[in-house]
Design a protein around this ligand. Sequence first.
Ligand code: NDP
Ligand code: 8X3
Length: 254
Amino acid sequence: MSALTGKTALITGATSGFGLECARSLAAAGAKVIIAGRREERLAALAKEIGANAHPVTLDVRDNAAVVKTVAGLAKAFAAIDILVNNAGLALGLSSFENQPIENLEQMVDTNIKGLMYCTHAVLPGMIERNLGHIVNIGSIAGSHPYPSGNAYGGTKAFVAQFSLNLRADLLGKNIRVTNIEPGMADTEFSLVRFKGDDSKANAVYKGIEALSAADIADAILWCVTRPSHVNVNRMEVMPTQQAFAGFAVHRNS
Ligand code: NDP
Ligand code: 8X3
């Protein structure tokens, strides 16, 4: 019997990067996985690869009605969600706040904050009813370490960090865990999305360094969800060895 045999996990953003590797690793550890994302053909390919333990659902987490309908309409074998991995998210643009188009800001807030809350709100009542569950949020180092042009993206991840802690406070006395995993630079499609498909800008981000891989973060998620049930990892910050802090910037008049 594997560590997660008998468990069901819902993973948002399973079409790429962390979510895709997480679906593979939780399934390999015995879990049934509900894999969610907007790109249907990628979900179908992943479901085929994993087999009967995968249940693909095409879902835009920004649509609360769709989130509610999806969770309420799950087939019986997948309906009792033990693990929710709130991974769907994105950064759009890398420029000073005043130069960020409003649409970028709205999409980051709608996905990283509102989408994460919609999924949590839809899944949590079932966890409370069964007095069992683990919510794993994917935050970012950008939620606690500021950097120029990180503005709204970092703000959304700071929300994820504080929301995770406050959720833990609400859930005290229940057998439900909450973890915020805060990765640093990871070579996924993240930068390709941030730079709206510009390969050369995206590749430049990871040039000359060994960034984290999606598998590294999937491994961190697997570790957190396979701790004994009395152990709650509140937050886990993970960076590539080749990434660190730059210190405070000072602007001098002369
Ligand atoms: P990817 O771009 O590779 O994956 C992002 C996933 O999110 C995709 O599966 C995408 O699926 C999904 N997604 C985006 N918007 C929506 C939406 N509206 N509804 C449903 N799914 C959506 O990036 P990563 O794997 O790197 O990113 C995963 C998470 O990790 C994000 O929350 C990101 O902010 C965070 N993160 C990433 C870091 C990095 O350096 N890579 C570091 C720290 C945190 P689809 O397009 O099919 O809907
Ligand atoms: C992604 C990491 O440093 O690009 O959350 O913001 S970073």
